[in-house]
Design a protein around this ligand. Structure first.
Ligand SMILES: [Zn+2]
Ligand SMILES: [Zn+2]
Length: 255
């Protein structure tokens, strides 16, 4: 059964003690996965982890938006030339109270990286937290020049699902869609057609309900697949095959 983790952070220090073992376990359970950067060092580390079955995405997260300047963009551009880099991200906006980077700084970093992705003809991996309106306004102005995108770890309304679908984007759900209180997320997942759905772990964060509280790892994407298959009333195999095909289409991965 094909199974893909479209978004994880294997370079995170949470995996320092056993990254090799974890990666073998992940590649036994999955066909392939994408390691996502959130600043320059983690983007470099993601590229360093690439091997058969392991792809990378490079970008600067809104938490680190203040580090986006001309040299950083040039470094990203060079990293993106590595053969296993499949996307720019994660990039986006995060207006949650823990992020003290000013909104205008985040918006500028986001726009510059969308332009970088357009010029490299790479899809984008977008992070959004409590920033739907501003994020939509920015993506509205850029999506036509992008080869595609995904709203990762979706955390928005059903209306926002419609907006992202109108851009031709994919919508990705992480383990938090399996939490008992996640009714709003489940409503959003019901609104995503199977051919636009992706699954991810966002490991080491957000372990699904069945393993909640544990360090999340790529193989756990299966629990999210099981939950979404039931939610959408399709066989687990169908859900896994569709999400794997969608990820392959978005990231131009052949497997
Ligand atoms: Zn994110
Ligand atoms: Zn992430």
């Amino acid at each position: 059964m094909p199974l893909v983790d479209s978004h994880c952070h294997l370079q995170d220090s949470a995996f320092d003690a056993d990254r090799g073992e974890l990666l073998s376990r992940a590649l036994e359970a999955l066909d392939w996965l994408v390691v996502i950067g959130d600043d320059l060092p983690t983007s470099r580390a993601a590229v360093d982890l690439t091997q058969p079955g392991v792809y990378a995405s490079v970008g600067i997260h809104p938490y680190h938006a203040a580090t986006v300047d001309a040299p950083a963009l040039q470094d990203l551009r060079e990293l993106a030339r590595s053969p296993h880099v499949v996307a720019i991200g994660e990039i986006g906006l995060d207006y949650f109270k823990h992020n003290d980077t000013p909104r205008d700084v985040q918006q500028s970093a986001f726009q510059q990286q969308l332009e970088l992705a357009a010029s490299l003809e790479l899809p984008v991996v977008i992070h959004n937290r409590e920033s739907e309106e501003d994020l939509a306004a920015i993506v509205d102005a850029h999506h036509a020049r992008l080869p595609g995108g995904v709203m990762h770890c979706f955390a928005g309304s059903t209306a926002f699902v419609e907006r992202a679908l109108s851009w031709g984007f994919y919508i990705s759900f992480a383990g938090n869609v399996t939490f008992p209180k996640a009714e709003e997320l489940r409503a959003a997942a019901r609104a995503v057609p199977l051919e636009r759905l992706l699954i991810e772990t966002d490991a080491p964060y957000l372990a699904p309900q069945a393993v909640r509280g544990k360090r999340c790892e790529p193989a756990f994407v299966r629990y999210t697949a099981e939950h979404l298959a039931e939610l959408k009333g399709v066989a687990l195999e169908t859900l896994c095959a569709s999400t794997a095909e969608n990820a392959a289409r978005l990231f131009s991965v052949s497997f």
